[in-house]
Design a protein around this ligand. Structure first.
Ligand code: NAX
Length: 328
């Protein structure tokens, strides 16, 4: 039996948490032979902590053979202690009439604190994956506080957007989902994201040729993927939860699977025209478990791609400017 890995999850009693924890405990994230200890962190609010108790009871009741322990806490120093993976799902939601700058600042405070504590108490090999929105900038903020853990260890999730794009392309082409490959998300997890279809393939042929409808690819396709979250809220009356949890399972699973090629928001080193030090979605290949190299060889020099990349980069730079005084 392998040594259990410690997986810290913030926002554990939230709706994504509820769809996520059972998948981790069942082995979907780290594999069917990897035991886990779940370290569940909630806000110091009675209602949330009470709900967390209920979630932990349900985890017990699943009798998952791989689940070797559950920690419940509102103290991040306890929750992140020795964690190998820190999944930052909890965040403050945008309230009615709240400005984007205020949301960024309120969440900035949370992610500054969590970045510092993770850096201080998590395991030497700790990896961090951020889901709580605005995910890219929250990730940048957390990484900015780390002195021990390198910034490459901090990733934000754009996998839900990749999965959405893959599904849309398959439906449009009338093919099985698995026929669609190499569709990657560039930039921010927001409606400005760019699902770059230029290099996507369908049954090995260029997706643009198979679909043969540039107006759809540049218009409704990009728009549907970018605004899918809002469409789900409009239909369901609540934001994406099961699909978001599933995407986080995919995000981490791909990051621990050697050779996997997938979209992750990572620290930019200027690739694809992104400003250095914003966290932008781009394609990576997993090199060793938890580590990756950015794939820089995709040609996105055409005018449409350049305009999309510039727009999402601009938004990331603006978000960084909103919180610049906090991360000095
Ligand atoms: P919920 O409001 O259901 O749950 C959030 C939970 O986080 C709550 O239980 C709350 O008590 C907890 N929390 C708040 N502050 C905390 C803190 N400082 N420490 C620990 N826990 C804390 O939201 P849910 O639907 O689960 O969504 C969670 C986050 O994911 C939101 O920020 C949401 O916007 C974001 N999303 C990101 C996606 C992505 O693709 N990157 C897609 C789905 C989702 O919208």
């Amino acid at each position: 039996m392998k040594t259990p890995i410690r997986v810290a999850v913030t926002g554990a009693a939230g709706q994504i948490g509820y769809a996520l924890l059972f998948r981790i405990a069942s082995g979907a994230m780290f594999g069917p032979d990897q035991p886990v200890i779940l370290q569940l962190i909630e806000a110091p609010v009675d209602k949330a902590l009470k709900a967390l108790e209920g979630v932990a009871m349900e985890l017990d009741d699943c009798a998952f053979p791989l689940l070797k322990g559950i920690v419940q806490t509102s103290d991040p120093a306890v929750g992140f202690k020795d964690a190998n993976w820190c999944l930052l799902v909890g965040a403050k939601p945008r309230g009615p009439g709240m400005e984007r700058a205020d949301l960024l600042k309120d969440n900035g405070k949370i992610f500054i604190g969590q970045g510092q504590i993770i850096d201080a108490v998590a395991a030497a090999d700790a990896r961090v994956a951020v889901v709580g929105n605005p995910a890219n900038t929250n990730c940048m903020i957390a990484a900015s506080q780390a002195k021990r853990l390198p910034p490459e260890r901090f990733t934000a999730m754009v996998r839900l957007d990749q999965n959405r794009a893959q599904s849309q392309l398959a439906q449009k082409a009338g093919v099985d989902l698995t026929a669609v490959k190499d569709i990657f998300i560039y930039g921010n997890h927001s409606p400005t994201m760019f699902p770059a279809f230029a290099h996507a393939t369908i049954n090995g042929a260029p997706a643009a040729k198979v679909i043969n409808d540039d107006a759809w690819l540049q218009g409704p396709f990009c728009e549907t993927v970018g605004k899918r979250g809002a469409a789900i809220i409009a239909a369901r009356g609540a934001s994406s939860a099961a699909s978001a949890a599933n995407a986080l399972v995919d995000h981490v699973r791909s990051l621990v699977t050697l050779g996997a090629i997938h979209s992750v928001a990572v620290k930019s080193n200027g690739h694809y025209g992104f400003d250095a030090n914003v966290w932008a979605g781009m394609p990576v290949r997993t090199t060793t478990p938890g580590s990756y190299e950015v794939l820089t060889g995709y040609d996105l020099s055409d005018a449409f791609s350049q305009q999309k990349l510039a727009a999402t980069n601009k938004e990331l730079v603006e978000e960084r400017a909103f919180v610049a005084d906090m991360i000095k």
